[in-house]
Design a protein around this ligand. Structure first.
Ligand code: GTP
Length: 556
């Protein structure tokens, strides 16, 4: 393929504005997939994506399209829409020269429309606005055109109005891709320079790296070097994604495809790495800013004997999702495990679900927390910062864009859900990191009959300590079995008790149901009770079953 007949582009949109549906139509129109009912969301390959109807991983597909006697190669890189995955979006954009910005003709510009537009704009890509769902009864494409002109400064006549669902006007989207997006600027005669923009792990074939070639050519049998590790590999397979892997003899600069080179290890396949030919070193490509985790949670195997299996599952999945950070951790109650960092709450849930579905792992996930920096000085005395309004822009008469500075902890757990329900689903939300701010935070202890439960120590905002402490005490009360004496469950800040629950005394008589004198049965029951006790942890005189910790620490 001559470079001038190649286009690399991405589709970006707010969640549910129809990106995947448009991708499916483009695949059908170019004959990449057959037009059947079963082809819904072809690029959403993961089970979790199909179940939740969201895109999590960016996927790539090469489309062939004939236009005015010329054949074009259009590389479509799908991207996720949810805030938690914007890291995937910026990564995918590094392999593109243009984007289709899909906007729902009824909902208009939403939070991630704005966020995605600026990602593309900063990467200096051509932006083609596509107004989708014009078939809807309440569709108002003219209003959306005006919004686009006002907010993004794109002339309204550049908008393409389509119905991805019905296929209306989708052909003109392909035309615009060819006319408005420039071909990649690459040099085939130069030595190979390939960017690893994504990688996945296959149980049998090892690492499959998705690459965008900026310079040169790569063929099966070539010796390549990773700029990051300086390790040399032999290329076993190269090919294009159609959208399934289809081997080819070579990949040329300007193309996007995959490469398998016997990389077996997680660390070997760094996303953002540059690959070059052995003995022909090149200046590495800029790579990517590493994603910054915002939400942290502990992860433990349900059974410690599963530790090694879970470890390998986490390693493989983090290869597929390098935005997750992993540190070894251990808990008195839950044993050896990890502390994982995620980009957001949905990201955490999806990771957990993928571990269960794709790797058959069963895990305990603890309540998520956000990072704090503690400064040991009087500056804690400064008044806590609540949400501060930064600016307000009217997109049109009906829609306003508000910018606020929030403590991350306030938005991380249920803010998005509350915002959606308060606004009857009309409001949308996106966020970016604004750095650390001072706040009045306190360390809260949970006590059982006066003894601290180390597993449950948390850092909370002073104003929320009471309600959070109360909730933890209540959950603990519900999951602690009664014992021979009364148990006081308390939440405390320093020496001050801020919440209390009581578990009444009770004697569990395991023999109560044994009438008559079957001594072997009695012995068996007593033995079982003794074994059960081994799984308990003693805090002072109070016995806490592992299960109780799980109930308090778990998110769901
Ligand atoms: P994420 O992958 O989560 O970002 O969502 P998405 O942007 O890919 O949206 P998707 O393609 O899954 O579409 C969301 C919903 O809108 C689905 O129920 C589609 O059937 C529907 N939809 C997409 N395009 C159209 C359209 O042109 N008209 C109508 N009426 N519905 C559409």
């Amino acid at each position: 393929f001559p470079v001038e007949n190649i286009r690399n582009f991405s589709i970006v949109a707010h969640v549910d504005h129809g990106k995947s549906t448009l991708a499916d139509r483009l695949l059908e129109l170019t004959g990449t997939i057959d037009k059947t009912e079963n082809n819904k969301q072809v690029l959403d390959k993961l089970q979790v994506e199909r179940e939740r109807g969201i895109t999590v991983k960016a996927q790539t597909a090469s489309l062939f399209y004939n236009c005015e006697g010329k054949q074009y190669l259009l590389n479509l890189i799908d991207t996720p829409g949810h805030v938690d995955f914007s890291y995937e979006v910026s990564r995918s954009l590094s392999a593109c020269q243009g984007v289709l910005l899909v906007v729902d003709a009824n909902e208009g510009i939403q939070a991630q429309t704005v966020a995605n537009f600026f990602l593309a704009f900063e990467a200096q890509l051509s932006v083609i606005p596509v107004i989708n769902k014009i078939d809807l009864k309440n569709a108002d494409p003219e209003r959306v055109e005006n919004q686009i002109e006002k907010v993004f400064d794109i002339p309204s006549d550049e908008c393409i109005k389509i119905s991805a669902k019905l296929g209306t006007n989708v052909e003109s989207v392909l035309q615009a891709v060819i006319e408005r997006i420039p071909p990649p600027k690459v040099h085939r005669k130069n030595p190979l320079r390939a960017l690893v923009f994504d990688s996945t792990f296959d149980q049998y074939r090892g690492v499959i790296a998705n690459v965008a070639l900026f310079d040169g050519v790569v063929s099966k049998g070539d010796k390549i070097v990773s700029a990051h590790t300086q390790k040399t590999y032999e290329v076993n397979e190269v090919g294009v994604l159609n959208p399934n892997e289809q081997p080819t003899h070579k990949l040329y600069a300007g193309q996007v495809g995959y490469l398998i080179a016997g990389m077996k290890n997680v660390i070997e396949a760094q996303i953002g790495d540059t690959l070059y030919l052995h003995k022909q070193p090149v200046e590495p490509l800029p790579g990517f800013k590493s994603a910054k985790p915002m939400v942290f949670a502990g992860m433990y195997p349900v059974d410690q004997s599963e530790y090694n299996n879970l470890k390998s599952a986490i390693e493989k999945l983090t290869l597929n999702d390098s935005s997750v950070t992993v540190h070894r951790d251990s808990s008195l109650a839950l044993g050896a495990g990890w502390r994982l960092g995620f980009l957001g709450l949905l990201h955490m849930e999806v990771f957990n679900q993928r571990l269960e579905q794709e790797y058959n792992a069963s895990v305990i996930l603890t309540t998520p927390t956000v990072p704090y920096k503690a400064v040991l000085s009087s500056s804690k005395l400064i008044k806590a910062r609540r949400a501060v309004q930064k600016n307000m822009i009217f997109i049109d008469q009906n829609r306003v864009m508000l910018k606020y500075l929030f403590p991350l902890n306030e938005i991380v757990v249920d803010f998005y859900d509350s915002l959606k329900s308060l606004s009857s689903g009309y409001a949308s939300f996106d966020y970016e990191d604004a750095g650390y701010q001072t706040a009045e935070l306190v360390k809260m202890d949970i006590l059982l009959n006066g003894n601290t439960v180390e597993e449950l120590v948390t850092v909370v905002h002073k104003d929320k300590a009471h309600s959070i402490g109360k909730a933890i005490c209540e959950r603990l009360k519900d999951s602690l079995p009664r014992q021979l004496f009364e148990i006081a469950i308390q939440a405390a800040i320093g020496s001050k008790i801020i919440a209390r629950e009581t578990v009444k005394a009770y004697r569990k008589n395991v023999l109560a149901k044994c009438y008559g004198g079957d001594i072997t049965r009695k012995m068996k029951l007593l033995k079982r009770q003794a074994e059960g006790k081994k799984k308990l942890r003693k805090i002072g005189n109070v016995e806490v079953p592992k299960d109780a910790f799980i109930k308090v620490l778990k998110t769901r």
